[in-house]
Design a protein around this ligand. Structure first.
Ligand SMILES: [Zn+2]
Length: 347
C-alpha cells in the first residue's frame, strides 16, 4: 500500500528533531542543508552513492549490530538515499526480525522511488526491483525540495506523463495481444496525466503548488498501478526504448528527459492509435521548460539508429510488456528509422 505524503514548509527539520535514536541515510547536498538546523544530532549518519547489491549488503552488515527497536531509519535525498533506507529496513526485518519505523524525506522529486514499495538495486549494472518496504511517513518539505536544481525537479513529470504514450500501447496490447483492459482504469490514468498538464505553470516555476502537483501525480499513478497489478497504465514503449538506449550506451540519463524524448517517438509511431497528440505533449514540455531533444541528452543519430535496429528484438528478449515495438503494424526498416530520427531531431 502507498501512504499519502505529508506536505509542508520546514517539516523535515521538525520531523527529525522529534525523533530519538535514528540512522540517517543521505547524501552530501541535502545533509549540508539540514544538519545545521537539527538540534537533536542523530547517532549515525551514513552516506551512500551506490545501489550495487554487493555494496548494499556490506553496508547492511556494517550497520546491523547498531540497531535496536528504538531506532528509526530515515532516508533523506534522491532515489539512492530513499532506496538505501528502504533496503536497510527491509533487510533488518527479513534477517533479524527487527521492524523499525522508516521515514522518507525526498530532497528532490525527479523520480518516484520514495513512493514505490519495491527497492531498485543494481546487479552488474542492471536495475532489479527487490523487497518490500512500508514507510511510516513520507515527508514533502517544500523548502528542502526547492533547493535542488529546478530542471531536475521538473524532470519528475516523467513517470506520470509517460501515461500519455503508455495508454496507446495498452490499446494496442488489448487489440492485438488480447490483454486485460479496463476502461475505468484507463480513464483514471488519462485524468492523472491531464491534471498534471494543467499545472504546467506551477511545475515550470517549481513553486509549492508545482511540487505538490508533481508528487500528487506520482502518488495517484503509483496507487492506480498497484490497484491494477502492474505498471501497464504508466509504462510502455517510452520506457522500453530508454532501457534499450541505456543498454547500448551504459549512460545514466535524467529520467524525465529521456522518457520525454521517447514519449514523442512513441506517439509518432503509434499514429492513429495514440491517445494524446504530439503537439499537446510537445507544448507541455516547452511550457515547463524541459528540454527533451536528443542533443540535450547527448544521444547521437548513430546511437538512435542502433537503438531502433535493436529495440524489437530487445523487448522480446527482455520479456517486456506488449507495445508498439511488438506490433506488426510497425515496420522498422531503414527508411522508417531515418524518418523517426528526422522527426525527433526536428522537435
Ligand atoms: Zn520511469
Amino acid at each position: 500500500m502507498v501512504i499519502k505524503p505529508i506536505y509542508g514548509k520546514g517539516i523535515a527539520v521538525e520531523t527529525l528533531n522529534a525523533l530519538d535514536k535514528c540512522l540517517i541515510v543521505t547524501m552530501k547536498e541535502p545533509w549540508d542543508i539540514l544538519k545545521p538546523k537539527i538540534s537533536n544530532i542523530p547517532l549515525k549518519v551514513s552516506f551512500n552513492n551506490s545501489m550495487d547489491i554487493k555494496h548494499l549488503r556490506e553496508l547492511y552488515l556494517s550497520l546491523k549490530d547498531l540497531f535496536n527497536d528504538s531506532y528509526t531509519i530515515v532516508g533523506i535525498g534522491g532515489g539512492t538515499s530513499c532506496d538505501t533506507a528502504k533496503y536497510l529496513s527491509w533487510k533488518l526485518k527479513e534477517e533479524v526480525g527487527l521492524e523499525l519505523d522508516l521515514i522518507l524525506v525526498p530532497s528532490i522529486i525527479s523520480v518516484d522511488a520514495f513512493l514505490c514499495s519495491s527497492i531498485a538495486v543494481r546487479y552488474d549494472n542492471n536495475v532489479n526491483y527487490i523487497g518490500e518496504s512500508s514507510p511510516k511517513k513520507i515527508i514533502i518539505d517544500y523548502d528542502l525540495i526547492k533547493q535542488a536544481p529546478k530542471y531536475l525537479n521538473r524532470a519528475g513529470v516523467s513517470d506520470t506523463i509517460s501515461i500519455t504514450s503508455a495508454l496507446g500501447d495498452w490499446k494496442l496490447a488489448y487489440k492485438e495481444n488480447h490483454e486485460r483492459f479496463d476502461k475505468d482504469t484507463f480513464d483514471q490514468a488519462k485524468t492523472i496525466a491531464k491534471d498534471l498538464m494543467k499545472s504546467k505553470n506551477d511545475i515550470r516555476d517549481v513553486n509549492d503548488k508545482g511540487i505538490k502537483a508533481l508528487v500528487e501525480g506520482f502518488f495517484r499513478e503509483v496507487t492506480l498501478c498497484n490497484k491494477w497489478g502492474n505498471a501497464r497504465p504508466e509504462e510502455g514503449s517510452e520506457h522500453f526504448l530508454a532501457y534499450c538506449i541505456e543498454s547500448i550506451t551504459h549512460s545514466h540519463y535524467i529520467h524525465g528527459q529521456i522518457i520525454g524524448m521517447n514519449i514523442l517517438i512513441s506517439l509518432y509511431l503509434q499514429e492513429d492509435i495514440a491517445e494524446f497528440s504530439i503537439e499537446e505533449i510537445l507544448e507541455f514540455f516547452n511550457d515547463i521548460n524541459l528540454d527533451i531533444s536528443p542533443k540535450s541528452l547527448e544521444i547521437s543519430s548513430e546511437i538512435l539508429k542502433k537503438s531502433f535496429k535493436k529495440i524489437q528484438d530487445y523487448v522480446r528478449q527482455e520479456n517486456l510488456m506488449y507495445s508498439i515495438y511488438n506490433s506488426p503494424r510497425l515496420n522498422l526498416n531503414q527508411n522508417k528509422i531515418k524518418k523517426i530520427i528526422q522527426f525527433i531531431k526536428s522537435v
